[in-house]
Design a protein around this ligand. Structure first.
Ligand code: B12
Length: 620
């Protein structure tokens, strides 16, 4: 399960690469297929069977509501999906009437938004925002159905992650093994049918399953299990972001009851080597970054052959994916989350890896961060042109860790030179080099939004985490983006080692001022987690933390529990930070003393009231 608005790009990259090498390859998005199947009239009937088997006293409000209005759900599901797929825009009027879609508990969130006339969402979408309003209502309707699936059919279900806890930082394979041995749920059997249909259609000799996130892993194993049961001769391999991050110390033999091969990091070279091996042209000892089971033991084989250069990877292809069937959802009323879940974005990498690779909370020791490589602006724009030609769509999400300013500048100049009209957004660092002139150039080339890390807004902690930016610098850079008409989203963090209550209050004061001065429009506070691949995980003493790693990890290894040198209840503070930020994004509470967001007593901020205004004035 990944986001539903657009395909995750790994299959597009690999299919494009393999086809460029004249290897016959096809790609399928079973995550989307599964969701569309569940959200069809047949799917709802299957869900209803589960509901009927749930004793009345055990039914949650979502389940009871679904049962009571079941016929209405069946009648409305296909039109609602067609609407969310942008195939039937005029239905917006009926959806906005609030008498078309059945409304379950999820709709109660709307009460909080009613304006003085009792018009829910009036403040957010105004009188004319019918399409967005309908999209939000239809998203709540799907969320109600997801709750029903979770409460009555399969407690592990979510649209963008399925059974995530079985895989995320799971030191042993045990929980996954027992889930895989259990009888399939209705969600599983639906996926099983889709898997078998796909195998019959394509008749593959090799299946590559991509698991970018922990919430894909259980389903990946299920798919492999069913392929093997259907035809044990089909070779099945696993790779992707989850594997690259969490399975670097894999010792679990049972993984190979499902997969023949598991590979690490960029997939192109390992896959070419694997195909040559399967064709009898390469010895097993010449595989690249590949785990195999030999004599009942897991071995990691890596003949150290160099990776394919970034400039030689070829162009991703979306051919074979149903690009008109993805769902444009409008879930949270946060402008950046909207880009993540709404719209069919083509995905492309500007540079591989991160050019900075110093941030102490980040997985900088892993290849996908540390191995930095660029391609020329001409090559990138050739790829962009080819993708627009193929998909007919001109929106791009650059999926870099942090796109380098130099490459973005060259790319913008090339896009403008070729008079190519695209829209693009992506992740950057708030570097000094993003001057007002450069921001305007990026906007002219189609940049609509950027996200970047302000992390813990505190110069002491930014220095400790080796972020290489200061709060003043972030203020000036974000303001330059905003002035150029580009939406700015700030990644924020709390709970970093040695962060005091005072640091947290001060960080919120900086954030308040940044919103108030029109520097950022969107943000999200993430809780710091320590991973084994980050500088904090590698050198805990430098950060004053004591690690408590899992001692017997044979499967996944990523997050590590730790104790900080100071004792602060970050959970309690986190709630206040999120509440304040949510309000700031809607322009609410910007005048209030930041202490008012916290439940308990916290100290007054030490940040001067005009700190950000003064930082901006220095620039003028
Ligand atoms: C852009 C991005 C996002 C975006 C867009 C996500 C999307 N759905 O498109 C946003 C910000 C929304 C996001 C959200 C999340 N993300 Co994110 N994201 C990334 C990022 C920076 C790039 C992903 C990308 O598009 N890469 C380009 C593709 C082509 O690379 P790739 O998938 O790795 O594929 C290559 C190889 O892995 C390999 N390969 C892939 N599949 C296969 C299969 C086989 C068989 C083989 C042999 C090889 C192979 O070959 C490919 C080409 O070389 C990565 C980090 C990174 N640099 O990769 C994190 C990353 C994938 N995200 C991660 C996480 C955890 C998440 C979230 C779960 C965070 C959260 N707690 O909510 C969510 C999940 C969202 C969802 N369900 O869709 C982790 C996953 C690690 C893990 N612990 O499992 C990563 C690795 C970052 C990290 N270290 O924390 N993410």
């Amino acid at each position: 399960m990944t986001q539903l608005n657009t395909p995750y790009p790994s299959t597009a990259y690999l299919t494009g690469f393999l086809r460029a090498r004249t290897i016959d390859a096809a790609q399928v998005d079973l995550a989307l297929a599964l969701v569309l199947k569940l959200l069809s009239s047949d799917g709802l009937r299957g869900i209803h069977d589960g509901v009927s088997r749930t004793p009345i006293r055990k039914r949650s409000p979502s389940v009871s509501n679904f049962h009571a209005h079941f016929e209405r759900y069946v009648e409305t599901i296909d039109p609602a999906i067609a609407y969310l797929q942008n195939r039937d825009a005029t239905l917006a009027h009926r959806i906005c009437s609030r008498s078309f879609l059945p409304e379950g508990p999820r709709f109660s969130s709307l009460e909080a938004y009613s304006d003085a006339d009792g018009d829910a969402l009036g403040w957010a979408f105004g009188a004319l925002g019918t399409q967005d309003r309908a999209r939000h209502l239809a998203t709540l309707y799907l969320n109600d159905i997801a709750d029903v699936i979770r409460d009555a059919v399969d407690s592990r279900f979510e649209f963008v992650r399925y059974a995530e806890s079985l895989a995320a930082s799971q030191p042993t394979f045990e929980p996954l093994a027992s889930a895989l041995a259990a009888a399939p749920t209705f969600v599983d059997s639906t996926l099983l049918q889709l898997t078998l249909d796909t195998i019959r259609q394509h008749r593959p000799s090799l299946v590559l399953i991509s698991a970018p996130f922990p919430g894909n892993v259980y389903a990946a194993f299920r798919i492999a299990q069913w392929i093997k049961a259907h035809d044990a001769a089909i070779c099945v391999a696993l790779g992707g972001g989850y594997v690259n991050t969490e399975l670097r110390a894999l010792k679990e033999r049972r993984v190979f009851d499902y997969f023949d091969y598991v590979t690490l990091d960029a997939g192109e070279r390992p896959i070419l080597s694997l195909i040559e091996h399967l064709q009898g042209k390469r010895k097993r000892s010449e595989l690249v970054r590949t785990y195999v089971r030999i004599n009942d033991a897991v071995e990691f084989i890596d003949c150290n052959e160099p990776d394919i250069a970034f400039s030689e990877l070829g162009t991703p292809t979306w051919d074979g994916l149903p690009i008109d069937s993805y769902l444009s959802l409008l879930d949270m009323l946060n402008p950046m989350h909207r880009l993540w879940s709404d719209g069919r974005w083509n995905k492309l990498t500007i540079a591989q890896g991160c050019y900075w690779k110093k941030c102490s909370f980040c997985d900088v020791t892993l290849d996908y961060i540390s191995k930095y490589e660029t391609a020329s602006a001409e090559t990138l724009v050739d790829r962009i042109e080819a993708i627009v030609r193929e998909t007919g769509q001109s929106g791009f999400h650059f999926v870099d860790e942090a796109a380098p300013p130099k490459s973005l500048k060259a790319l913008a100049q090339e896009l403008i030179k070729r008079k190519l009209s695209i829209s693009w957004w992506g992740n950057i660092r708030f570097e000094k080099s993003f001057s007002p002139e450069l921001c305007r150039l990026l906007a002219d080339s189609g940049c609509i939004a950027i996200s970047g890390g302000l992390e813990v807004a505190s110069d002491r902690l930014l220095k400790l985490m080796k972020k290489g930016v200061s709060v003043e610098q972030v203020a000036r850079v974000t303001r330059a983006f905003t002035d150029a008409g580009i939406l700015v989203h700030a990644y924020l963090m709390y709970g970093f080692p040695s962060q005091t209550v005072q640091d947290t209050v001060d960080a919120l004061e900086y954030v308040r001022q940044l919103f108030s001065e029109g520097c950022v429009q969107s943000g999200f506070f993430h809780r710091f987690t320590c991973t084994v691949h980050s500088p904090v995980g590698k050198n805990p003493q430098e950060y004053g933390v004591t690690l408590h790693p899992a001692t017997d990890a044979t499967f996944a290894n990523n997050d590590i529990n730790f104790t900080d040198s100071i004792d602060v209840d970050h959970d309690a503070l986190g709630g206040a930070l999120k509440k304040a930020l949510y309000n700031y994004m809607h322009g609410v509470g910007l005048e209030a003393d930041v202490r008012s967001w916290f439940d308990g007593k916290v100290p007054r901020t030490t940040v001067p009231k005009q700190f950000i205004a003064r930082a901006l004035a220095q620039n003028a």
